[in-house]
Design a protein around this ligand. Structure first.
Ligand code: MRU
Length: 356
């Protein structure tokens, strides 16, 4: 599964210089610029400003950020270094609230830190670097497995609607919701993909349409409010989306607008598959009500893409970055260990049990 897009790595470490190399996703599709970050505050900033985005990619970037931040500590003992690590972890955890992968990756870095107890400061720092690398490598494998499981749910020639960007650049490689599309592309499935533009930050138009087009997939860009007409016209046989956090009951937070798409799909009897690595499943959140939804600045709605503002000055805005799709609108949650179906409170924990 290698094509131009598949070989792009949106988050990686430059081994020689110990810098985090990030594809600046805010500049796509017009410019392909790779940033070189060496300070953890630059990593925080890149996550907050969506230069790196997509739940798995955020987690990977945070893991590298935790390594880079801890590396700069002048601590002389394991205990002192642990105190500094805690501050780094807390700081990076404040960059964005909704994608659980961020917290998952930082917790994993902490576990690794604790495993190194008794080792020298230099050894612990190297272990953190190793853990961040492992998180990235594992994510690519996980995404490939999600692709295989999701492809089994699809048939050649299907029309697929997707929202936001859950593609290769949102992960270490392959993507989640786009992974089956890339696999299908290789195997002659001839999917017709419809990409919602995904207001207000246009991840669908700027990123998904770009990724799929570069990979030679048949992709059609539509505005968010066109999902209903393409469903009604019979152009869509499945909805595939990624997610930022799945609660224990299957409620799922994903990019704002996903829940509306899922409700529409139910009306038109179209299956909705949420593609989620287990790192995105948060069994500690009982329902979607426990998921913290990020609110973002007004200007993303009022003026960001326009040469002049397209809303009255100082108009009140409400800009939630995510919404929660109620589990009743989700046909299946595709993980690296298989597909979970309702009741999700029973099927999701079983997915983890296979993770041995
Ligand atoms: O605000 P974003 O662009 O980080 O939101 C991303 C999404 O909603 C994706 O669908 C989700 O993180 C899954 S990425 C594999």
């Amino acid at each position: 599964m290698e094509n131009l897009v598949q070989v792009i790595q949106s988050v990686k470490l430059d081994d020689e210089n110990d810098r985090l190399i990030l594809l600046d996703q805010t500049l796509l599709p017009n410019q392909k610029v790779f940033l070189e970050l060496k300070e953890m505050k630059d990593v925080w900033d890149a996550i907050y400003h969506l230069r790196v985005r997509g739940a798995p990619a955020i987690g990977i970037a945070a893991a590298y950020g935790a390594y880079l931040g801890t590396k700069q500590s002048g601590a002389e003992s394991y205990e002192e270094l642990y105190e500094d690590f805690q501050k780094v972890k807390e700081y990076l955890a404040s960059s964005r609230p909704t994608a659980v992968n961020l917290f998952w990756a930082l917790d994993r870095m902490e576990k690794r830190f604790k495993k190194e107890e008794g080792k020298s400061v230099a050894e612990v720092k190297l272990a953190l670097r190793d853990e961040a690398e492992t998180i990235r490598e594992e994510d690519a494998k996980v995404c490939e497995s999600i692709g295989e499981h999701a492809l089994e749910l699809l048939k050649p020639g299907m029309g697929i609607l997707t929202h936001c960007n859950a593609g290769t650049i949102a992960t270490a490689k392959y993507g989640t919701a786009l992974a089956p599309i890339y696999l299908g592309q290789e195997r002659g499935y001839d999917f017709k993909v419809f990409a919602d533009e995904t207001r207000p930050l246009l991840q669908g138009a700027r990123l998904t349409a770009w990724e799929l087009k570069e990979a030679g997939v048949d992709v059609t860009l539509i505005c968010d409010n066109m999902a209903s007409i393409v469903m009604k016209e019979g152009k869509i046989q499945a909805v595939l989306v990624g997610c930022d956090r799945v609660a224990a009951n299957g409620d799922t937070a994903n990019k704002i607008g996903t829940s509306g798409v899922a409700i529409l799909a139910k009306h038109y009897n179209i299956p909705v598959y949420v593609c989620a690595p287990l790192s995105t499943v948060d069994l500690e959140c009982k329902t979607g009500d426990d998921i913290h939804i990020e609110l973002r600045p007004s200007e993303e709605i009022t003026s960001k893409w326009y040469s002049e503002p397209m809303a009255p000055e100082d108009v009140k805005t409400y800009n939630p970055a995510f919404d929660v799709t109620d589990h009743q609108f989700i046909t299946g949650i595709v993980t690296e260990n298989g597909v979970a179906y309702a009741p999700f409170t029973e099927s999701l924990p079983k997915m983890f049990k296979q993770d041995k």
